[in-house]
Design a protein around this ligand. Sequence first.
Ligand SMILES: Nc1ncnc2c1ncn2[C@@H]1O[C@H](COP(=O)(O)OP(=O)(O)OP(=O)(O)O)[C@@H](O)[C@H]1O
Length: 626
Amino acid sequence: MKEKGSISIHTENIFPIIKKFLYSDNEIFLRELVSNAVDAVQKIKRLAALGQFNGEIGEPLVEVAVNKEAKTITISDNGLGMTADEIKKYINQVAFSGASEFVEKFKDAKDANEIIGKFGLGFYSAFMVADLVEIDTLSYQENAEPAKWVCDGSTEFEISEGSRSTRGTTITLHINADSEEFLESFKLQEILDKYGKFLPIPIQFGTKSIQEEDGKDADGKTQYKSVEVPNIINTTSPIWTKSPTDLTDNDYLDFYKQLYPFAEDPLFWIHLNVDYPFNLTGVLYFPKLKDDFDFQRNKIKLFSRQVFITDEVKDIVPEFLMLLHGVIDSPDIPLNVSRSFLQADSNVKKINNYITKKVADKLDELFKKDRKAYEDKWNDIGLFVKYGMVSEEKFYEKAKDFALVENTENVFFTLNEYKDKVSPLQTDKNGNVVYLYATDPTTQDTFIQSAKKKDYDVLLLNTPIDTHFVNQMEQKLEKTLLKRVDSGLADKLIEKDEKTESVLSEEESGKIKALFEKVITKPGYTVEVEGYHPEELPVTVSMDEFMRRMKDMAKMGGGMSFYGQMPDSYKVSINGNHKLISKILSAKEQDQEKLAQQAVDLALLAQGMLKGPELTAFVSRSVELI
Ligand SMILES: Nc1ncnc2c1ncn2[C@@H]1O[C@H](COP(=O)(O)OP(=O)(O)OP(=O)(O)O)[C@@H](O)[C@H]1O
């Protein structure tokens, strides 16, 4: 048997094109060939199970070997093998209509995956690293003859009698000069670890030495000897392929360590398992939110039938869950196609919804089962939950029942509980319930205390996501306003019908206003004199809630850049009923300004806004006044 022929495509030579486009990702050749080998072994097992193959299957095995001298890498399997006709059918008839279309379509392609998957070119990725590829194969079929296929990367191939005497396939790659790095064992080991750690068939790569017991010495101590054993690089049944009922917490924790050896133990996990309307299994872990660096490094890994594909899971996993860790395995995700396709793919949307729902269900379960434990974890999971609530409507609907808010006394409430708690005292004259919140309890302490004096409650909303969360709550919760505790005096924040009358006459108010306007020389400050409770602060400086929020959003890149550019504007509220104000009014003319200045500086100081030369001037004026 000897035959020559042309690979059926219309243009001369696709391989230089493949090489050119695929070069950046060339390590995936090993993923493609090893997964073909795994498929072949799984197929023979299936044929045997179906009674269509009655011979010995033997121990399923895929072997990867490298020969540095000969500059070859071989991938052998004891799978179903191919006949010469099958080689012609599966290997030669490259599944695309023409190289010209191919070139046209993918001239801008950056990602090898895009091309390989689209055209069923897995096997041809071998030519990214080899300038000669051989297939030596013996089919499982009765009386099959071994066949050999050789191709040098042109469209010419040669089929002849093969040399394999046992069922299966050996692919030999003659590595090209540019790809000699792949002849290093450590490099191959690294690639195998990356893509093949959880393949379902044992993958052997050389041997390794282990210590084995070897009798006892004269003193009765156990002796050891070193023995060479096959180096199997993978775990064939990773936990996500098992049923949750067969797994213990330790199994999940061990697996987590295997995935992320340097990460701290996760908080909890979710086992995903669905087979309709799409196939998906996996385990998602909620990590502890300690180290930003870990987030960047440890990502969800995406597998397709236990072959690692990528850890770029954007579009498949909802964005707010990208901070989770773990694995997702689905043969239904079109892994090899372009991003725009992914976004439009309905399976991907369903998967996205499914994961969102599972995560919500799990959180709901934890919340209901052990509220205390859930609260203890809130600092870590709150970020996911809030992020999810602001970014996914469907998630909000579920999460509103188990999302927590924490007040400045570190007590947790659900949104409904909080509403019930504060409604009686914190409803304003228009029927709006006003939630007060602090973003920085240390610098906002004066205002928190002033709110507490009125028995108002203050929430702690001090994480980066809270700026958005505050807006979200205001939009979603009926007749509810959120005001940062330092955006005005408590009396002003929650306006009630009963008004404290100012003890100052109109003339006195005007005098005070003019005096303070004179001492405040900075632009953007407006002065207002009103009658608040005498116990309230004499002078407060605040920024309007709306303006400050918009500016915060602009800072975070929330698309409010218009507000970001507006100059800062502050309101100086003078409490006409405070005795300090009466004192200023009755002070000697020359002292009035000094006292007013001092009162303003104290207000700025309380807000952490008094800095530099102004702070220095304040200190020396204080000394003088004492
Ligand atoms: N080791 C092997 N043993 C038996 N058949 C093989 C082997 N490698 C490849 N084949 C056959 O060649 C075909 C083409 O392989 P190729 O990798 O190009 O595409 P694929 O595996 O069908 O798709 P893809 O790799 O893109 O997912 C396979 O479908 C299979 O029938």
